[in-house]
Ligand binder design. Structure first.
Ligand code: ATP
Ligand code: MG
Length: 269
């Protein structure tokens, strides 16, 4: 590899070792294969978009990285550790280091925005327990993170009073509260209008770039993937059919991900 003076996130990312490294991964439910021969690297600084029709295995691939999918072959390493080999205690430690963002935000509606962010710290504290309260340091950090995601002024509002875009920002701040090694975002903008989708994906990519935390984000909308990722991985029937820098791809090159008579009518956005 030739190193040149560049600030291009993809080039920087390519020069450091991956936080997530998946090789020839197989996942099967009962005896039905769901993922086959999957390779995936997530390096510090990069945002990787995961594309695929409904049922192609996007959520399963993300779940396999936190030990929530039955791995039947190959290797999935997170922060240098083999997920399939982890004991329950190691799995809990792993899950504390993986920030997750979901389509439905998964906030606790009646609790304040600030408290929702603080719950991100509980991954490291063991059983869910709000009684003990949080330290001043944790509160300061949570407020800083709310500032980072642009909604510090909503800190005392109940989470349910926020718009969808604002709630997803809270969820991102909560994930950052974990000091994650990697962020997995499973269709984080599927419930948001296009403008909010753009702003949430820009925020995730900014976090990847500036905090060095790799982001894996599954998306259904091609233009969003093309606009907000450094690399794109396309799954079809549980296999990787596209894996390339986003700059080398366009809608035509990505058609293979959706081009399938069985899937006709699904997700041709
Ligand atoms: N717990 C499970 N038990 C059995 N089969 C499962 C389970 N979870 C997922 N599957 C199957 O694995 C395949 C992939 O599902 P997955 O949820 O990963 O797809 P996806 O790409 O995330 O789809 P979507 O875009 O609809 O979210 C599907 O055929 C699904 O039925
Ligand atoms: Mg899914």
């Amino acid at each position: 590899m030739t190193l040149t003076a560049t600030t291009d996130a993809a080039a920087v990312a390519a020069s450091v070792s991956p936080v997530v490294s998946v090789r020839d991964l197989a996942v099967a439910y009962d005896r039905t294969p769901v993922l086959t021969g999957v390779d995936l690297d997530l390096r510090p600084g990069e945002t990787v978009a995961l594309l695929g029709a409904s049922g192609s295995g996007k959520s399963t691939l993300m779940r396999s990285l936190t030990g929530f999918a039955p791995i039947t072959g190959g290797s999935a390493q997170v922060a240098g550790q083999e997920v399939a080999a982890m004991r329950p205690r190691e799995l809990r430690a792993l899950r504390a280091q993986v920030g997750q963002v979901f389509q439905q935000f998964n906030l606790i509606p009646r609790l304040s925005v600030l408290t929702n962010v603080l719950t991100g710290a509980l991954h490291h504290a063991g059983p869910f327990n709000l009684v003990g309260g949080f330290t001043r340091e944790q509160r300061t950090r949570a407020l800083d993170l709310l500032d980072r995601v642009g909604i510090a002024h909503k800190a005392t509002a109940p989470a349910r009073s926020l718009s969808g875009g604002q709630q997803q920002r809270v969820a991102i701040a909560r994930a950052l509260m974990q000091r994650p090694r990697v962020i997995l975002a499973d269709e984080p903008v599927a419930s948001l209008d296009p403008k909010l989708a753009d702003s949430v994906l820009s925020l995730l990519r900014d976090i990847a770039r500036h905090d060095g935390i790799p982001v894996l984000v599954s998306l259904h909308v091609l233009p969003l993937a093309l606009a907000h990722s450094d690399r794109i991985v396309g799954l079809k029937h549980g296999e990787v059919v596209v894996s390339a820098p986003t700059a080398e791809l366009d809608a035509t090159a990505l058609a293979v991900v959706y081009d399938d008579e069985e899937d006709a009518g699904e997700h041709h956005h």
